[in-house]
Write a protein that binds this ligand. Structure first.
Ligand SMILES: Nc1nc2c(ncn2[C@@H]2O[C@H](COP(=O)(O)OP(=O)(O)OP(=O)(O)O)[C@@H](O)[C@H]2O)c(=O)[nH]1
Ligand SMILES: [Mg+2]
Length: 335
């Protein structure tokens, strides 16, 4: 195991070292290093930025980063690249725009391909965030595209999730699915210089009013260990504000940063931060346990036996749940 203090210090002092560990992490080969640096994490404010393609997420991330840098805070950016070939051009665009931040040692940008990331996108992103956190970045911004389950999972890593919308992407805000609205701590209507912004704001407000907002941590975690602490009720729970920005002109960024700070304060003062953290850890632990148990089973089971069970299921001689029982109970005595 690498010496934790040395490792953390070298990450903070040496960008090449940081870069190397990030690559190792992405390749799923940094388990020992992650274990070593883990006690040195938990300081960063993690902000998720998600929304439909082209709404201006990268531009907004850029603008927020400039703001934080003016405040003297360091910023790491994880841009989760879409796999979609349609947005392929935008990836290059992101990198070029981010360039006006590069050369600044207080900013570090990392793009991550969603395709083929080992053991799931959320896990890979989570490990990158751990490295950045240990490396001492004050703010970590995670940009993800869309409204799929993997974006929701990634958003769970964030303390504060911004959902970005823009006018004209379907007047009924169809681009936003209910699921993504649920994870929003702050709604941002970007491109407020475009016509139709009032319609978009109105539609979002109507959708927010439909759902009664209670603190979203108010449920059992996967492993059911989360304590029943008193959480904010409907009256005191955070109500996601709707802000307007023109990211391309740095308009509305100060107000947005202030709301983000207010949300962080809410999380800390109410104790929601630690409860959310615990639920996140539970989910991730359950996920990794599932994966590890499967790997362990596959390592010990006879491949021919697994084949035989699959054949029996396909011949309708075994149901899937019987197949599971058989593989778990009688791995050695399969036909
Ligand atoms: N008019 C206007 N254009 C903007 C604004 N913000 C971003 N844009 C432009 O919108 C386009 C898309 O911006 P991006 O920041 O790349 O959007 P994105 O959401 O990151 O896009 P993907 O990563 O491809 O999903 C770019 O041409 C930006 O210059 C804004 O506030 N107003
Ligand atoms: Mg982008």
């Amino acid at each position: 195991m690498p010496d934790p203090t040395d490792l953390v210090q070298s990450l903070r002092a040496n960008r090449r070292q940081l870069s190397r560990l990030l690559t190792k992490t992405e390749n799923g080969q940094a388990a020992a290093e992650i274990a070593a640096i883990y006690p040195h994490t938990g300081q960063a404010h993690i902000i998720g930025v998600t929304g439909a393609p082209g709404t201006g997420k990268s531009t907004l991330v850029n603008a927020l980063t400039k703001y934080y840098r003016q405040q003297g805070r360091t910023v790491a950016i994880v841009a989760v690249d879409p796999t979609s070939p349609f947005t392929g051009g935008a990836i290059l665009g992101d990198r070029i725009r981010m360039r006006d931040l590069s050369g600044d040692p207080g900013v570090f940008v990392r793009s991550m391909a969603t395709r083929g990331s080992l053991g799931g996108l959320a896990r890979a992103t989570g490990d990158l965030v751990t490295v950045f956190d240990a490396a001492g970045f004050d703010v970590i911004l995670i940009e993800t595209v869309g409204a799929g389950q993997s974006e929701v999972d990634v958003a769970r890593l964030a303390h504060t999730t911004l959902v970005i919308e823009a006018p004209g992407l379907g007047d009924d805000v169809q681009a936003i699915k209910a699921g993504i609205l649920e994870i929003a701590d702050i709604l941002v209507v970007n491109k407020a210089d475009h016509p139709g912004v009032d319609n978009t704001v109105r539609a979002l407000r109507a959708m927010l009013d439909l759902g009664h907002r209670v603190e979203r941590v108010n449920h059992h975690g996967t492993l059911r260990t989360v304590p029943a602490v008193p959480l904010p009720d409907e009256a005191t729970a955070w109500q996601p504000p709707i802000l307007q920005t023109v990211a391309a002109e740095d308009k509305g960024i100060v107000e947005l940063a202030e709301k983000i700070a207010a949300h962080r304060q809410y999380l800390r003062q109410t104790g929601v931060l630690s409860v959310r953290e615990q639920i996140r850890i539970e989910l991730e632990l359950a996920d990794r346990l599932r994966e590890a148990l499967l790997q362990r089973l596959l390592a010990t089971a006879d491949p021919a036996a697994i084949q035989a069970v699959i054949a029996q299921v396909s011949q309708r001689r075994l149901s899937l749940s019987e197949a599971v029982s058989r593989l778990l109970d009688h791995t050695s005595s399969l036909p």
